[in-house]
Design a protein around this ligand. Structure first.
Ligand code: 26V
Length: 752
């Protein structure tokens, strides 16, 4: 397969050439050429077909990823180089589709890559948000939100011309189907991500991300998670969800009939995967459509239960969706009789009120509906699944022990190692050959090179190159870092449970240490990348604190040679692809029991970063795989934390009273910081620390500082550190999403 003829055709048609066209024109040309190459490729086949429903698919830029999977990356790089052009510069022009928020959406994207690469018959189903989550700006010392448009005339989206009618309470809309093609890795297969859209999308709002939330027909697909602080916003989210699942359910039944199967055979030929609760209404919608077409109600409910599977991604109460029945009455009244029927059916299995789908207060619990009406339910890492079974969903587990199973998350090594870290990939291939590219488990072979000091030296120098590359990129955005410093990185959504605020207290501690003359052996660069939900005040206050600290440090000539704090603006997949390969220390410091899995932890590990973390989420598996000498673990265990919550036994003031802790917390409202920032914001954070601290940052703070200091000291023994890096890379293969997807197929989907 050669891309050249397709590229030439496009360039000639547009009067350009590899020598004269701009980077942006070449990006369009390459996009069009890849699309043309993908057009004739076949979809994966199989008796049963998977429909993976998700509100988010954080796919990232597609040019490099698709070239890798088509086996064309090296050819294209060589072709461009022959004309003095570089793919890195060209792809910098590619807008990143902003179709997700964090781990949940990125996981769905990694899964699609693995599904296609394993030749599994499955497509994604989601929404085509025009302005994404939002584009983050930090130039005012706090976060502001702007639309993040990504759809260009020459984009990856294919207009299928197909649409499905979706009926709401008081009006109807057509859901127009656009597709993103998802090629498998060097297997000639191309699956699809189906993205539904309104027919007349609104132009970008003028006032940040504010728009008329009652104008559903134009704005339904404007933003992911529109502000839900008022009722119109909450209703809009419900409109989005129903739009996605109703169109998706119609597509499923249409494909079933086109393949010549009866509706009664739905479960034999289709699997519907429900990624978190946002697509839950697909359950009553499928039942509604089946009964409308003549299937008897009980039979339809049985069929749908055998067809659906549900993944839980969080135990945080605020993220477990529940909707007042009155909202559904307004948005989608036609579903209520079916939800009522599902509730009655569930009550026959158990009459415990806490298992109800439709509770006594007329609130509908989406996760409950999913569990009662799915064949399988899974958590996303061992500890998370155990907490679901033993605590959060215990009564459901007692009722349906056979439904529950664990599927530890994974990442695609094609994007997160081959794509973002070519230097490390080449080094690995030189050592163990290329088989790891098809089977990441083969990375284990690197363990044989533990005594090969030349290889470990190269590992260190590749890390150094990646740090220099990041430094160059940051410089282009106005920030200077020392590539020789230790790069300590925390990149993830901003949430109190993830405890960026605890990391901020470490920065204060370090600042004060340096002020007192205790300078470190080597400078430390602390990097943060995080978006806060627009209405999440304390998360925004934390960003403000980090920005204030950053300025305070920069302006202090005694401290700035030794410490740097960088907040990367608009953290997204593309910036992650620069940050991940450069990282030395991977911050995974959530309060134990709260992070369902984490997937950034896996990406950073695979790129030779060493984890500093709690025994939470998939850190537990990482720790077991690498052994305690190759990871820095601190903090209370999940069991201890769960006990503290159950007995309401945590008082942050008890910890604040310790002089060393008090000094750090009080610094937030010190004159130095108050001159940097907004008193209201800083004192709100301060008060939260001393009076609430719901996610117990102060509980683990001292242990965190001690272990982090040990980690930074250990970094100086470069030989020992390179061994840790090697073990982390070698043992990361378990976290390939190919392994995760193979397990889903074996235990849940049975597609082959
Ligand atoms: C829920 C909600 C609820 C209402 C409004 C906005 C909103 C946005 C996102 C969510 C989903 C939260 C669940 C989630 O993102 N979980 C993450 O899933 C990752 C993939 O399994 C996992 O690695 C992370 O630990 C987990 O936090």
């Amino acid at each position: 397969m050669s891309i050249q003829p397709y590229l030439d055709t496009y360039l000639t048609r547009h009067g350009g050439s590899l020598d004269t066209s701009s980077d942006r024109e070449l990006m369009y040309a390459l996009t069009a050429a890849v699309r043309d190459l993908q057009k004739p490729m076949g979809h994966a086949q199989g008796k049963r077909k998977l429909y993976y429903f998700s509100a988010e698919f954080l796919v990232g830029r597609l040019l490099r990823a698709n070239l890798i999977n088509l086996g064309l990356l090296e050819d294209v790089e060589a072709l461009l180089a022959a004309h003095g052009r570089s793919l890195a510069q060209i792809e910098d022009q590619e807008p990143e589709p902003s179709l997700g928020n964090g781990g949940l959406g990125r996981l769905a994207a990694c899964f699609l890559d693995s599904i296609a690469s394993l030749g599994i018959n499955g497509d994604g189903v989601g929404l085509n948000y025009h302005y994404g989550l939002f584009r983050q700006r930090l130039d005012t010392g706090r976060q502001t939100e702007m639309p993040d448009p990504w759809i260009a005339p020459e984009s990856w989206l294919l207009d299928t011309g197909v649409s499905y009618p979706v009926k709401f309470g008081s009006f109807s809309l057509n859901a127009r189907l656009y597709d993103l093609e998802i090629p498998g890795y060097e297997n000639g297969i191309c699956n699809r991500l189906h993205l539904f859209d309104v027919e007349q999308p609104a132009p970008p709002p003028k006032d940040g991300i504010q728009f008329d939330k009652t104008d559903i027909s134009h704005h339904l697909t404007s933003f992911l998670y529109p502000d839900d602080s008022d009722e119109t916003g909450r209703l809009l989210r419900l409109y989005q969800q129903y739009f996605m699942v109703s169109a998706g359910a119609q597509l499923i039944l249409q494909e079933l009939e086109e393949r010549g199967h009866a509706l009664e055979e739905l479960d034999k030929y289709a699997v519907v995967h429900i990624n978190d609760t946002h697509p839950s209404m697909v359950i009553p919608e499928l039942i509604r459509l089946l009964t409308e077409r003549g299937v008897e109600l009980e039979r339809a409910m049985d069929l749908v239960e055998r067809t659906c599977a549900y993944t839980n991604h969080t135990i945080l109460a605020e993220a477990l969706e529940k909707w007042p029945a009155s909202y559904l009455e307004q948005v989608t009244p036609q579903l209520l009789p079916f939800i009522r029927a599902l509730d009655e059916r569930a009550r026959k299995r158990s009459d415990a009120p806490k298992l109800a789908i439709w509770d006594a207060h007329d609130v509908i619990h989406m996760a409950h509906m999913d569990i009662h009406s799915s064949a399988k339910v899974n958590g996303v890492a061992e500890l998370h699944t155990e907490i679901l079974k033993n605590t959060e969903l215990h009564s459901f587990y007692v009722l349906y022990p056979e439904k529950f199973n664990n599927k530890t998350n994974g990442i695609t090594f094609r994007r997160w190692l081959m794509g973002c870290n070519p230097a490390l990939s080449d080094l690995i291939t030189q050592a163990i050959g290329p088989e790891w590219k098809r089977d990441a488990g083969k990375l284990e072979g690197l363990m044989d090179y533990m005594e090969d000091s030349a290889l470990r030296e190269q590992l260190l120098s590749v890390k150094g190159e990646n740090k220099t590359k990041l430094a160059r990129w940051l410089k282009g955005r106005g920030t200077e870092i020392t590539p020789d410093s230790i790069l300590d990185i925390q990149i993830k959504r901003l949430h109190q449970y993830k405890r960026q605020q605890m990391n901020a207290l470490y920065a204060i501690w370090k600042y004060l240490q340096i002020k007192e003359g205790r300078t470190p052996t080597r400078p430390v660069t602390m990097v943060f990348g995080a978006k806060a939900a627009p209405a999440y005040t304390l998360a925004k206050d934390t960003i403000h604190l980090l920005l204030c600290l950053s300025r305070l440090i920069d302006q202090d000539p005694q401290v700035s040679p030794w410490l740097k704090l960088v907040m990367v603006e608009n953290y997204n997949v593309s910036s992650a692809e620069l940050l991940v390969p450069a990282c030395d220390v991977s911050e995974q410091i959530s309060l134990a029991s709260k992070e369902a899995s984490g997937t950034g932890n896996m990406k950073l590990m695979a790129n030779g970063a060493v984890t500093l973390g709690t025994l939470d989420g998939a850190n537990v598996e990482i720790s077991r795989l690498v052994g305690e000498e190759n990871i820095y673990i601190f903090g209370r265990s999940a069991d201890e934390v769960i006990d503290l919550y159950q007995n309401s036994a945590y008082r942050s003031s008890d910890y604040w009273q310790k002089p060393e802790v008090e000094r750090l917390v009080d610094f937030i409202i010190s004159p130095q910081l108050l001159t940097m920032g907004d008193a209201q914001s800083l004192s709100r954070l301060y008060k939260d620390f001393i009076s609430k601290d719901y996610f117990m940052a102060l509980l683990d703070l001292e242990d965190y500082i001690a272990v982090k200091e040990r980690c930074l000291t250990d970094y100086e023994d470069r030989d020992a550190w390179s061994r840790r890096m090697l073990v982390n890379i070698a043992r990361s293969g378990f976290f390939s999403s190919d392994r995760t997807i193979a397990e889903y197929d074996q235990d849940i989907w049975h597609l082959k």
